[in-house]
Design a binder for this molecule. Structure first.
Ligand SMILES: *[C@@H]1O[C@H](CO)[C@@H](O)[C@H](O)[C@H]1NC(C)=O
Ligand SMILES: *[C@@H]1O[C@H](CO)[C@@H](O)[C@H](O)[C@H]1NC(C)=O
Ligand SMILES: *[C@@H]1O[C@H](CO)[C@@H](O)[C@H](O)[C@H]1NC(C)=O
Ligand SMILES: *[C@@H]1O[C@H](CO)[C@@H](O)[C@H](O)[C@H]1NC(C)=O
Ligand SMILES: *[C@@H]1O[C@H](CO)[C@@H](O)[C@H](O)[C@H]1NC(C)=O
Ligand SMILES: *[C@@H]1O[C@H](CO)[C@@H](O)[C@H](O)[C@H]1NC(C)=O
Ligand SMILES: *[C@@H]1O[C@H](CO)[C@@H](O)[C@H](O)[C@H]1NC(C)=O
Ligand SMILES: *[C@@H]1O[C@H](CO)[C@@H](O)[C@H](O)[C@H]1NC(C)=O
Ligand SMILES: *[C@@H]1O[C@H](CO)[C@@H](O)[C@H](O)[C@H]1NC(C)=O
Ligand SMILES: [Zn+2]
Ligand SMILES: [Zn+2]
Length: 600
């Protein structure tokens, strides 16, 4: 039975590694035979040969993102056909107690898919098998539902099990009051946003930066015609060494004058196929220790990333008996309080790693645990309905803030448009309801520097809010390391606490490696670079309209360049269109969000 899970893990890995699998090349009759009742050696051989027939069509995933962006075509037909084929086969094997055959199939796939390094395959199987097995056997979703959620093969809205609604209080929504610019001499707050540090403690300068595993720069000799891993980091599939993160943080201490810090998770490196709980805790403790030393008197407002768990992404909800995430939340509570959070957040952190606290008079912070929204968290396949009642809790606090005339900043790891559909749409609805109260939203996870605009749910035109998606500290992958400084209206009686401007600083990794010393660059200031009057929702919408009117023009080039932290400038028309669409889609699977973007 264990092996059933492995197949799903392999499928999961395929999404990372593979852009195309031409499943249609499998003969239809071989599929029919595979799902027929009996499995003898001949049929297994047939399956083996079917699988090997498209082995050579696999391509490496360097263009994976671009492909997904391209025309917002999230669905990978080939992968979906593969999923539709394999899940029933697995189920039949489970039902007929023939799971021993799955051993053969799995080992075969591990061997055949040369793109997946053998140790990665075995490691991933080892890490994920229990969770995936329990998920498959316990999930009330049918085969199509599982494929829909895992690979976006069908709209999630087609599955009643995946639909749910939060309940908003009876209090009617107040008249929208868009933010107004403060007087120029009013006080400002300066907030540092740090995200996705991903230090690789095993980083080895000079090692192979182009390897079969998802994370390189840790071992092996570079191929004869290739350069080895740079001393300070590498643009290829590598996280950053400790000293590079330290260099970036020291620069912040020296140059920036900040009031407090939003710190949105993902501390461990990307060797996700081989991470233990103690590895994750080592990353968390070591990085947070460094931060406490470098910023002794600053408060960090923390949010938890997907990489803090072991295995990565797997955040069990309380109804999952076989797994328990307390080992992580206890350490996070200690660490986050050491980093300045008020001790009364502990109880809340221990329960779900989300909490609320007051930052300044009239400014409430809400830190969400977005792992309970993420499709990569397989535990949600069993029950994705408002896990831990987090959104309902969120509403209560927003209502409290509205009643007490507080403004709210939201921090979290995954941006809400990358959540499961129902979560994402409920979140959008909540932002709509509390548009007067929510003054800022700050996320990470995607490593690129982006933003996304929320519109009026009904008219779909009036912008109501904006979420900033901050740049990563890690280079993973093809990015320069970076950080973000926000200028915020406050702190004085009646402050709006809206973001007035932001500035992004990057480390030029090419120059840093070339001259063997950290070299930084003030990359851009939002208002200057994009010629914006303010940074209110209207101004962002105005920017989007300018972009829409000139998709192939220089402003869109700039947006793309900065999204890649000045490390890449090539983005063709489809790529631009897809990026623009992301800026307009604050909720997942919104079929009409991008209707206004001209196709050509
Ligand atoms: C499969 O095995 C279990 C116990 O190992 C047994 O209870 C069940 O009846 C078997 N099912 C079939 C279809 O043979
Ligand atoms: C995982 O890492 C350990 C060392 O930390 C190593 O001994 C082991 O072989 C690795 N396992 C796999 C599957 O790579
Ligand atoms: C959620 O709300 C929408 C509209 O408000 C309604 O159409 C839908 O049936 C509700 N879904 C559930 C599962 O309650
Ligand atoms: C050298 O690089 C080329 C492509 O740049 C590649 O085709 C070739 O296999 C490489 N040679 C070796 C020995 O790795
Ligand atoms: C931190 O605060 C303490 C007391 O609040 C003060 O004595 C100390 O000098 C401060 N340290 C720095 C680096 O600002
Ligand atoms: C997880 O473990 C903690 C103690 O380590 C316990 O208090 C808690 O009830 C457990 N949670 C679940 C869902 O079993
Ligand atoms: C899923 O969890 C919610 C509460 O978190 C509960 O109300 C619902 O009944 C659960 N659904 C299933 C199918 O167990
Ligand atoms: C980074 O430095 C390299 C080498 O000095 C230079 O060619 C490149 O233009 C710089 N990149 C940026 C974004 O300034
Ligand atoms: C770069 O500088 C580090 C110290 O900062 C040193 O250890 C390393 O050897 C230097 N590398 C080169 C190629 O000079
Ligand atoms: Zn990350
Ligand atoms: Zn992440």
């Amino acid at each position: 039975m264990k092996v059933t899970s492995c197949l799903l893990v392999v499928l999961y890995l395929l999404t990372i590694y593979v852009t195309r699998i031409d499943v249609r090349s499998i003969l239809q009759n071989s599929i029919d035979q595979l799902v027929s009742n009996s499995f003898d050696d001949d049929k297994l051989n047939l399956m083996h040969s079917s699988i090997s027939s498209y082995r050579h069509r696999l391509e490496h995933s360097t263009k994976f993102q671009a492909l997904r962006w391209s025309l917002r075509k999230l669905k990978n037909d080939e992968l979906c056909e593969f999923c539709d084929l394999m899940v029933p086969v697995i189920r039949i094997l489970i039902e007929t107690n023939r799971t021993s055959h799955l051993d053969d199939v799995l080992l075969f796939i591990c061997k055949e898919y040369k793109k997946i390094e053998q140790n990665v395959c075995i490691g991933a199987v080892h890490e994920y098998k229990d969770a995936v097995l329990e998920t498959i056997t316990t999930s009330p979703l049918n085969n199509k539902g599982l494929c829909a959620i895992a690979f976006q093969c069908e709209p999630q809205f087609d599955f009643p099990l995946l639909k749910w609604n939060v309940t908003l209080p009876d209090k009617p929504k107040p008249q929208p009051k868009p933010p107004q610019p403060p007087s120029p001499e009013s006080p400002k707050l300066t907030v540092l946003h740090l995200s996705d540090i991903h230090i690789d403690f095993a980083y080895k300068p000079g090692s192979s930066a182009d390897c079969p595993e998802p994370l390189c720069c840790r071992a092996g000799q570079p191929a004869p015609n290739q350069t080895g891993a740079g001393f300070w980091g590498d643009y290829r599939s590598c996280d950053i060494p400790y000293w590079t993160a330290e260099g970036l943080l020291k620069r912040i201490v020296e140059i920036e004058n900040i009031d407090f810090i939003y710190y949105t998770g993902d501390l461990p490196p990307h060797n996700v196929w081989n991470q233990s709980r103690s590895d994750q805790l080592y990353s968390i403790r070591t990085i947070n220790q460094l931060l406490t030393e470098l910023f002794p008197n600053k408060t960090f407002y923390s949010a938890v990333g997907n990489h803090e768990a072991a295995p990565c992404n797997m955040y069990p909800t309380p109804n999952i008996r076989s797994d328990n995430i307390s080992w992580l939340y206890e350490v996070l509570a200690d660490n986050w309080i050491k980093l300045g959070l008020s001790a009364d957040t502990r109880e809340s952190i221990l329960q779900g790693a989300f909490y609320t606290t007051i930052v300044r008079p009239g400014l409430r912070l809400i830190s969400l645990n977005m792992n309970y929204c993420a499709q990569e968290n397989f535990w949600l396949f069993i029950n994705s309905t408002d896990p831990l009642n987090q959104l309902q809790w969120f509403i209560q606090w927003l209502q409290y803030a509205e009643d007490h005339e507080e403004k709210v900043h939201i921090i979290g790891h995954h941006p809400p448009n990358s959540c499961l559909t129902a979560f994402s749409w409920n979140y959008y609805k909540i932002v709509n309801r509390y548009e007067n109260t929510i003054a800022g939203q700050f996320f990470g996870h995607i490593h690129a520097d982006e933003f996304t605009v929320f519109y009026d749910e009904i008219d779909q035109k009036r912008p109501v809010s904006i979420a900033y998606i901050g740049p990563s500290v890690t280079t993973y992958s093809h990015l320069n390391p970076g950080y973000r400084i926000f200028t915020i209206d406050g702190n004085y009686p009646g402050s709006s606490y809206w973001v007035l401007d932001h500035r992004t600083v990057i480390m030029n990794l090419t120059a840093t490696n070339l001259y063997n010393q950290t070299i930084f660059l003030d990359e851009y200031n939002a208002r200057d670079a994009y010629e914006m009057k303010y940074l209110f929702p209207n101004d962002w919408n105005d920017l989007i309209e300018r972009l829409q009117n000139d998709i192939d023009g220089p402003l869109m080039s700039l947006i793309y360049k900065y999204s890649r932290k000045s490390q890449s400038i090539d983005c063709d028309h489809d790529c631009r269109r897809a990026l623009l669409c992301k800026l307009k889609s604050a909720r997942f699977e919104d079929p009409h969000a991008c209707d206004s973007i001209p196709p050509f």
